[in-house]
Structures are given as C-alpha cells and as structure tokens.
Design a protein around this ligand. Structure first.
Ligand SMILES: Cc1cc2nc3c(=O)[nH]c(=O)nc-3n(C[C@H](O)[C@H](O)[C@H](O)COP(=O)(O)OP(=O)(O)OC[C@H]3O[C@@H](n4cnc5c(N)ncnc54)[C@H](O)[C@@H]3O)c2cc1C
Length: 408
C-alpha cells in the first residue's frame, strides 16, 4: 500500500476533469481515479446541441485527449458506475462490484434531463439530449420522417431546433411560457427572437402545454392541452434538469434539489465534496458549463490544499447563436431588482442595460459575443456610472465611458 493520498472522483464530466487537474497541480504523488458511467473520455457536452450534425466522435469534442490523462497519471475508468458509498469504510462501490478506497471523495455526477411527464413520452423517437449516445440515436432515427417537434423554447431547445432546421427538417417549437428564453431575455428580445424563428420558417406554438404524445410504437402526433394536434415523426424535449443525487440517497449526505455544499464545496460529510450540476450552493443548482468548471477546480484545490478557497459565483452569461441571431444576456435582467433600465435600438441592434445603485447589474444585447466582454467586466467590477448622463447619452457613449473607466 502506497503512502500517497487516494482521491476518487465520481462522474466523468467537466467538473471531474477540472478537479483532477487541480489536485495534480498541488499533489504530484496523489492517486487520482475518475469513475465515469459513459463509455467515453469526458467531452464537451455543449456540442450536443450547438454541433449536433458535426462529428461528435472527433477528438476535438474531448475536454482532454487520452494522452493528458496518461501524462498526468490520472486513472480514468469509463463505463464505471458508482452504485454505493460506504462512508464508514471510505469506499466507493461500482456496479461491477469493485470497491475503491478513498481519502477524499468528490461527487460530480452531473444531472439528467427532466422527464416529460405526459402519456406517450416513452414512445420510440421521443428524444432528449444529455449524452453523446442520445445524439447518436437521434441522428440515426432521423433518417425516417422529417417533421420534428421541439418541446421547450429555452436555449437548448432553440439551439436544437436551429440545428434540425439547418439539417433540412421541418421544425415546430412548443413552449409553455408566453415567450421564448424567458429566463435570459426581456419581452422585447423574446419578441424579436420570435420574429427570427418566423422568418426562418420554423413554426412556433407559445403558451400551450403538452397533453399527450400519441402513436402506435413510434410518434405520430403531439396533442396540446387545447386539443390542437401537431403531426410529427420525432419529438425532442428540453425542459430543465434534475441533479443526479441517487448515489447519495439513503446516506447521511444532505440534499435539497442537489447535493448541498458549502462555498468550499464540502458536503455535510467529512472528506466528501461535490461540484458541478449535481451540487447545490446557497439553494441554487447553477447548471452551467462555466460554473461546473470552476466548482470542479475549487473542489479539487480544497481536497488537496492546506488552505481552502471559497467558490465565487461568476456573472452568468448566455451566448446565443441561432436563427441568424447572435445575442448575449448576462447578470440580473429582472426589472424588479433594478433601479432603472436603459434600452436602445440602433441599426437593428437592440441593447438594454439593467442598473442598480449606479452600476450595471445586467445586460441583454444583440451585438454579438465579442461585445459581451466589456459588459461582463463592468458587471463583475461594479464600475460606477456616476457622472454619466444616462437619460440623454446614447448607449455607445455610455459603454465607451465604461470601457475607459475599466482601463483606469
Ligand atoms: C445539450 C446540452 C447543451 C448545453 N449547453 C450549454 C450552454 O450552452 N452553456 C452552458 O453554460 N451550459 C450548457 N449545458 C450545461 C453543461 O453542459 C453542464 O452544466 C455541464 O456539463 C455540467 O458538468 P458536470 O461535470 O457537472 O456534469 P456532466 O457534464 O453531466 O457530467 C457528469 C457525468 O457523470 C456521469 N455519472 C452520473 N452518475 C454517475 C455514477 N453514479 N457513476 C459514474 N458516473 C456517473 C454521467 O454519466 C456524466 O458523464 C448544456 C448541457 C447539455 C446537455
């Protein structure tokens, strides 16, 4: 038995990889094992929608190539599902019956897509994209029929709808809320986006839920709750996520909607940490790629370092590129939480700033991703807008002055 510390990480996503890297950076002798249920090297999950029809099996989709794990002496066990924790003996048990000892354990099991709670959801050709095999199956089955209903008008649903539309399929988007991307956009932007879908020829149904999916073995129709019928051969839904907490059920580890952790990513049990989509901090499961990366890094650091580091939530940013639209939304975009908002439309580009205590706390803009950096820095650094005449200046001048203040 070696004297080196045993670090075991459950889950083979981005949080796990960042954690392994942080541990290795601090502890050259550590034994690091990642147990991943999928039969793949950890990959960029975001590509499943953004690059649905690209080669998702390419090495370019991997977070790190195989050589990186070898060079860093990280044991990556694919197809290895952890099924039980024996915390009294500091052991993780896999579905194969292997028991792996740990000194420190990190739980990064991610999340599963929220199931569609309607009759017919189990029919063939009803899809949801979370894993690479889901995308493979969708693409294989798409060879029959060209009408696809996408349930969910959030970012992932719309990215999927765009990929399918570009792939030549006839797409109908169904959203239960009165408008698209309601969590990221104000009403004016949602309306502009609705028009972009219309111009692209994508059908949109708003403010109606799903009563049932019908068909013999495979999908034939979707019945909406006002009894409207939409004929389609495929359904893809994206209606939120549920953290994968099954492994810690019936253990002493505290859970809420996710595994509850402190801002140092510690669970309620000693030497057990959690990070990424499975973790809940201050009542929130972030469910974002950037957050999972940073939580993984901080968790790994805290597992191996003498001095713990606190996780700091970054300004949430959504970049959206679909339907000929390139927009970003960031920070707090809730009017109720602002003192004032300023909006402007210049040369077809809509921008709105959300201001509180004379600082920008949120922004929505159709300027494209490159422009987002100044807004993000202004929000993160709390740049003061004192002395800027917000009522009569144009937004370009406001942002030029903000940029100048960021440089100083
Ligand atoms: C299609 C899609 C598009 C997305 N687009 C965006 C986007 O544009 N922007 C953004 O910020 N975020 C996006 N996200 C969310 C982002 O991908 C996640 O926040 C991120 O992947 C979370 O990383 P994670 O490591 O916590 O978990 P995951 O990436 O979910 O990885 C967890 C891994 O653990 C494995 N696992 C689960 N249970 C066990 C077990 N018991 N034993 C072993 N292994 C187990 C799972 O199979 C999985 O491989 C998207 C997600 C999806 C699915």
């Amino acid at each position: 038995m070696s004297d080196s510390k045993q670090y075991v990480i459950v889950g083979g996503g981005v949080a796990a990889v960042q954690a392994a890297k942080a541990i290795r950076d601090l502890d050259a002798a550590a034994d690091i094992t990642i147990l991943g249920e999928e039969n793949r090297l950890p990959y960029n999950r975001i590509k499943l929608t953004k690059g649905l029809f690209t080669d998702l099996h390419s090495d370019k989709v991997l977070i790190k190539k195989e050589k990186w794990y070898n060079d860093n002496r990280i044991t990556l066990k694919s197809f290895a599902r952890a099924v039980q924790l024996h915390m009294d003996r500091k052991l993780v048990e896999t579905a194969e019956g292997e028991q792996i000892a740990y000194d420190k354990l990190l739980l990064c099991m991610g999340a599963t897509n929220r199931a569609l709670p309607v009759p017919g959801a189990g029919l063939k050709r009803v899809h949801s994209l979370r894993e690479l095999q889901d995308a493979d199956r969708l693409k294989a089955e798409l060879c029959e029929g060209d009408r696809v209903a996408v349930i969910g008008g959030g970012v992932q649903g719309l990215e999927t709808a765009w990929a399918l539309h570009e792939g030549g399929y006839r797409v109908t988007v169904i959203e239960a809320a009165p408008r698209l991307m309601a969590r990221q956009l104000d009403e004016a932007s949602s309306e502009r986006l609705r028009k972009a879908l219309f111009s692209a020829g994508v059908e949109l149904v708003l403010q109606r839920g799903i009563a049932a999916i019908t068909g013999e073995e495979t999908v034939q129709e979707i019945v909406l709750n006002d009894q409207t019928v939409i004929a389609c051969e495929h359904v893809v839904y994206s209606i939120g996520i549920v953290p994968n907490t099954k492994l810690v059920q019936h253990t002493a580890i505290e859970t809420g909607s996710g595994i509850i952790v402190s801002n140092c990513l510690e669970t309620s049990e000693p030497d057990v940490y959690a990070a990424g989509d499975v973790a809940e901090i201050d009542g929130l499961v972030e469910g974002l790629w950037g957050a999972a990366m940073e939580q993984g890094r901080v968790a790994g650091h805290n597992m191996a370092a003498a001095e713990p580091e606190a996780y700091r939530r970054a300004v949430p940013v959504t970049l959206f590129n679909a339907f000929g639209v390139s927009l970003f939304s960031m920070g707090t975009i809730d009017e109720a939480q602002c003192d004032l908002t300023i909006s402007e439309e210049e040369n077809g580009i809509y921008t709105r700033l959300f201001v509180k205590d004379n600082t920008i706390i949120g922004a929505i803009s159709w300027e494209g991703a490159a422009a987002s950096l100044t807004y993000k820095a202004a929000i993160e650094q709390g740049v003061s807008l004192d002395g800027i005449d917000l009522q009569s200046s144009c937004l370009a001048d406001v942002m030029a002055e903000v940029e100048a203040r960021l440089q100083n």
